[in-house]
Design a protein around this ligand. Structure first.
Ligand code: MG
Length: 324
């Protein structure tokens, strides 16, 4: 086993940890353990859903790319996305901030203000947190949620299911590409798919949010479900900004770019009519982009295994493709 995380990679290290944790004595309170978008535990009458995620300066964002308020909104949104991907709704949040001492108090106020505004919009409340000094800005959130009924994991996809995605891909990736090339502007806001996720929980076999890239995240569904997936590139919905910037290369770029925070889900043929009836209430478009099949866990694009760059997605330690 490589000694450095740089050589092992984020996903390989997490896979090893998840394997070790699975060997622990089973805890009857745990309904969904490590390895999904969020954990689910038994608590009271409804399943309790828990997730945590961090935004780190110069890893996930550069300070010039977001106003403090937008950074706070984004910190909530990336966590709410994982709760939405389970078909649940956020309830309470904890916010831990690390900041350099030279950071302005008014900017910190605005950051927390953006966070609480985004939380309020989804019916969630900030109930505590921590403030620490550090070499750069880092925002870590713990978000709890509640599911009305059953939760949707990555593990339920079955051969024959149709693969759908909400919204469109490539918006953040296109903005990051422009900013890294010296362009001006800010990162676009992230979509809020909490309502869509809750409604989709009634028809979806499996669901995940697209944070690392379509190919990689659909790959997570395939591995968890023990199935293969076929995607038609022409069917992948591409954001207008990505289409304008990349033209004929837009769909391939969008399929590999991460940070779109759309919901990717699979639906059995017998529930597609119910999905069509739900569609007008989701608050966003949905597009069928492929089909689940039998066989070893692999994602094919137009019948072929995609390039290594597309498959790799983002890995925090291998730096194949840096986020900022
Ligand atoms: Mg996720």
């Amino acid at each position: 086993v490589p000694r450095l995380l740089r050589d092992l990679g984020e996903h390989a290290w997490i896979a090893r940890l998840t394997e070790r944790l699975a060997a622990q004595r089973a805890d009857r309170r745990v309904l969904v353990g490590p390895g999904d978008d969020a954990a689910v535990i038994r608590s009271g009458r409804r399943p309790l859903v828990l997730t945590t995620d961090a935004l780190v300066e110069d890893v996930h964002f550069r300070r010039a790319w977001l106003t403090p308020s937008d950074l706070g909104r984004r910190a909530f949104a990336v966590n709410a996305s994982d709760i939405a991907a389970m078909g649940a709704r956020p309830t309470v949040a904890l916010l831990a901030i690390e900041t350099p001492p030279r950071y302005r108090a008014a900017d910190l106020d605005a950051l927390v203000g953006g966070f609480t505004a985004a939380a309020r919009r989804d019916g969630a409340t900030l109930v505590g947190g921590n403030l620490s000094s550090g070499p750069h800005l880092a925002i870590t959130v713990a978000l709890l949620g509640e599911a009305d009924g059953r939760v949707v994991t990555r593990a339920g996809a079955r051969p024959g299911d149709a693969v759908y995605i909400t919204g469109a891909l490539g918006r953040t990736g296109t903005a990051v590409r422009r900013l890294l090339a010296g362009g001006r502007g800010r990162l676009p806001p992230l979509p809020d798919r909490v309502r869509a996720g809750r409604l989709l929980a009634g028809v979806a076999h499996a669901m995940i949010d697209v944070s690392d890239g379509l190919v990689q995240d659909l790959g997570h569904v395939c591995r968890a479900s023990g199935v293969a997936a076929d995607v038609t590139l022409d069917d992948v919905p591409v954001s207008a900004s990505c289409r304008a910037a990349l033209g004929s290369e837009a769909a391939a770029f969008a399929a590999g770019a991460g940070e779109d925070y759309e919901l990717l889900f699979t639906v059995p043929p017998r529930r597609e009519a119910a999905l069509a009836r739900l569609a007008p209430r989701l608050g966003c478009p949905i597009t069928r982009i492929g089909r689940i099949g039998r066989g070893r866990p692999v994602v094919r694009i137009d019948g072929a295994v995609p390039s290594a760059a597309l498959r790799a997605g983002f890995d925090h330690f291998r730096a194949r493709r840096s986020r900022v």
